[in-house]
Design a protein around this ligand. Sequence first.
Ligand code: 5GP
Ligand code: ZN
Length: 111
Amino acid sequence: MECIFCKIASGEFGTEFLFADANVVAFRDLTPQAPTHILIIPRNHHEDVDHLAVAEPATLAQLFQVATALAAQEGLTGHRTVFNTGESAGQSVFHAHLHLLGGRSFAWPPG
Ligand code: 5GP
Ligand code: ZN
């Protein structure tokens, strides 16, 4: 298995999960871009959200439900949820993941 997020989801690195069930796990980003920066991922490998949406639409919805719960758990008054899709959009890990960011103000438009 080559995919780093598949390895994390399998528990290979002993990563602390903020949420985990049969389909989804959530853990803190290694290089946080905000005071709260959590990654919420499907356990199954899909290279990006476009593929996830076709293959497992219910899991895609669940990623956002988990984001809502974790935003409340973190005490966020607002949050930003992001999927980067493709290298030109900043995707660097090709296992679909939802970024949950909060704890500071965010600019718009994004960089
Ligand atoms: P992308 O750039 O693909 O949208 O987001 C990938 C994210 O994964 C980045 O924010 C990066 O910091 C994070 N990341 C990469 N490798 C690891 C890792 O081994 N552990 C954790 N917790 N985060 C990682
Ligand atoms: Zn994977």
